[in-house]
Design a protein around this ligand. Structure first.
Ligand SMILES: *Cc1c(COP(=O)(O)O)cnc(C)c1O
Length: 272
């Protein structure tokens, strides 16, 4: 797939960490679960779309720790494999309109939710809070970072990317591939949540928006899996890897460049 290009790509397989809580979601939940436990919360509540890897991981974490979980889902009531798993693991699902969902970070909305579920520990969408970031700071532990010029990851809320930036060496450049359209506003948040400047966001491989894809992306995914026996997810990691390959083909990196690419998981979302 990469013709006559000499680069080295190592993949950090967070997708292979655990069969259910895969990828970056474990890191984002770790300190949130600890905080919920310390506060004596009776349940865990969070927000997401119908294919949310975050809610899927949360439901499993609640199942394992015997804490009730509550998922506030954006949009009309649907059933799919993601939500089916959540139900099996004991999550209560509450569907709210897209219009209402937009207020998910506003104080008044959160107060309303908290009064409805007084004993719940509320985790924001994608666990993009301080506790989530603390966990993401640990993703690169034990990795010989001096071996790499580039560290690449897919970006949703950018919490994961901020953790990678925090842990990176000054000699690394951290590349964040946006999974959605018009995501460059995240630059401001990244500046506030990190202290380094060795990063950039790449905006050219969102394939039309969050959750959008096309035949070209699917062909790339299939070829990648056939060649390397590694699955990619269509929402995040496939777009990142496609972008990486495209930039390498276009000679945008130096000869013999060494990359550490983070496979952030998400494979459960490939089920239709
Ligand atoms: C959630 C998720 C991301 C995005 O992580 P953020 O910290 O929100 O940027 C990337 N890849 C996969 C597979 C995910 O499930």
């Amino acid at each position: 797939m990469l013709d006559n290009k000499k680069v080295q790509i190592d993949i950090l397989r967070l997708d292979a960490m655990h069969p259910e809580i895969s990828g970056n979601k474990w890191f984002k939940l770790k300190y949130n679960l600890q905080a919920a436990y310390e506060r004596g919360a009776k349940s865990l509540l969070s927000f997401g779309g119908a294919y949310s890897n975050h809610l899927h991981a949360l439901a499993f974490a609640g199942f394992k720790t015997k804490l009730k979980t509550i998922g506030i889902i954006r949009g009309e009531e649907v059933v799919n494999p993601t939500l089916q798993d959540c139900i099996v693991w004991g999550m209560d699902l509450h569907f709210i309109s897209r219009e209402k969902y937009r207020h998910k970070t506003e104080v008044s909305f959160l107060e309303e939710i908290q009064s409805k579920f007084p004993h719940a520990y509320i985790i924001p969408e994608g666990a993009n809070n301080e506790a989530g970031l603390l966990g993401c700071n640990e993703i690169l532990q034990g990795i010989p970072l001096a071996n790499y010029q580039y560290i690449a990851a897919s970006v949703g809320t950018a919490t994961t990317l901020c953790g990678l930036i925090n842990a990176s060496l000054g000699s690394n450049e951290v590349l964040g591939f946006l999974a959605m359209k018009q995501g460059l506003y995240l630059e401001e948040e990244i500046k506030q949540r990190t202290t380094k400047t060795n990063w950039r966001l790449i905006d050219d491989y969102h394939f039309g928006g969050f959750g959008k894809s096309n035949a070209e992306l699917f062909t790339f995914m299939d070829n990648f899996t056939t060649k390397h026996n590694i699955d990619l997810d269509r929402v995040y990691t496939a777009k990142m890897m496609y972008g990486m390959y495209d930039l390498i083909q276009a000679n945008r990196f130096e000869h013999n460049a060494k990359f550490l690419v983070i496979h952030t998981g998400g494979l459960q979302g490939n089920r239709q």
